[in-house]
Unconditional design. Structure first.
Lengths: 109, 114
């Protein structure tokens, strides 16, 4: 079983839509969680950390559910520029960190 | 602040040849990581340096891969001899406090072994 599972999509949504991605992790001892964004043929860039209490950054909201072992990313009022692959990263501890395969999002005019 | 830089951005080599990838982390970042993404798979950890010391190299696929970070500044990743399955994108990342700030990635080296 993979340490981190993500629905690869693709998600095709119209501009202005709200879209949510989930990422599940298998190890309950996981310590830190992040969402990264990766544009085509570019490097992953940190989008936001995910805190237990949930956190928001503009149109983006990240949440962590330790009981069910998943993290989520909600994007409101989608823009064309949000089109990218979104990667979840789970850090178990020490150097044990795991990436999801990424969820592809395309925002359509 | 300069980001993480990697060189070359692309490399096409023949099976059996040697390739050396270079990563310059953000200045002051003691932690440097190498990752690899092969076609269709998730990004996977290769190894972690703290300054010049290898903290963890459990992700290195085999002894054809050699990473160094002399002086605790830039790092090199050498593949010798390269095999077809080594093709992929090699990312380097650096961090100060990974737990709170995550990583900053370089733009990657796209390696193609033919």
């Amino acid at each position: 079983r993979k340490e981190v599972e993500q629905d690869p999509g693709p998600f095709n949504v119209p501009e202005g839509a709200t879209v949510a991605f989930n990422c599940t992790y298998s190890n309950s001892a996981s310590q830190s969680f992040f969402w990264y964004r990766q544009d085509c043929r570019k490097e992953p860039k940190l989008l936001m950390s995910v805190y237990s209490s949930g956190n928001e950054d503009g149109r983006f909201t990240a949440q962590l559910n330790r009981a069910s072992q998943y993290i989520s990313l909600l994007i409101r009022d989608s823009k064309l520029s949000d089109s990218a692959t979104y990667l979840c990263v789970v850090i178990l501890g020490g150097n044990q960190f795991y990436f999801g395969t990424g969820t592809s999002l395309t925002v359509i005019p | 602040e300069a980001g993480v830089t990697q060189f070359p951005s692309h490399s096409v080599i023949e099976k059996g040849q040697t390739v050396t990838l270079r990563c310059d982390p953000i200045s002051g970042h003691d932690n440097l990581y190498w990752y690899r993404r092969v076609m269709g798979k998730e990004i996977k950890f290769l190894l972690h340096f703290v300054k010049e010391s290898k903290q963890d190299e459990s992700g290195m696929p085999n002894n054809r891969f050699l990473a160094e970070r002399t002086g605790g500044t830039y790092s090199t990743l050498k593949v010798q001899p390269a095999e077809l399955e080594d093709s992929g994108v090699y990312f380097c990342a650096s961090s100060q406090d990974r737990a709170n700030y995550g990583y900053t990635f370089g733009s990657g080296t796209r390696l193609t072994v033919v």
